[in-house]
Design a protein around this ligand. Structure first.
Ligand code: DQA
Length: 144
């Protein structure tokens, strides 16, 4: 089994980007954390990040074709991208929408999600710790 962890715009700057909101863990640390969770659980985990919407759409098509479950932090695209939603809607395995911050405690425009109603679950506000938890849930579900 493989879990694809997809990160959208600005998430490559984790650690440097608004640390009071997103914490001091770097993107490289996040990748290592996700891979370690996969190694512990015996599942392959691949982590990607892009600032380009079309690339994200293509990765979601790949995940749909491969029937891979996806943990998706679409960043700002969450709140307005119908293209990312339409691509995510084609997934055949689970989709976990993830946010490092609790978007519901933040600005009004972050309360709208184009992904939540097509997602299996939403994780928000647990910081980067949400990623290994989402991976664990997917791994346990696959082996159940
Ligand atoms: C985010 C929340 C979004 O509102 C924001 O645009 C991001 C990151 C989060 O992980 O908390 O880029 O998805």
């Amino acid at each position: 089994m493989k879990v694809l962890v997809l990160n959208g715009p600005n998430l490559g700057r984790l650690g440097k980007r608004e640390p009071s909101v997103y914490g001091s863990t770097t993107y490289a640390d996040l990748v290592a954390m996700c891979e370690a969770a996969g190694a512990e659980l015996g599942v392959e985990v691949e982590v990607r990040q892009t600032d380009h919407e079309g690339e994200m759409v293509q990765w979601l098509h790949e995940a749909a074709d491969q029937k891979w479950p996806v943990v998706l932090n679409a960043g700002a695209w969450t709140h307005y991208s119908i293209a990312v939603r339409d691509a995510a809607a084609q997934l055949e395995a689970e989709l976990i929408e993830l946010h490092i911050s609790n978007v519901h405690k933040r600005e009004e425009f972050r309360h709208t999600s184009y992904l939540s109603d097509i997602s299996t679950a939403v994780v928000a506000g647990l910081g980067v710790a949400g990623y290994p938890l989402a991976i664990r849930w997917l791994a346990e579900r696959a082996s159940a």
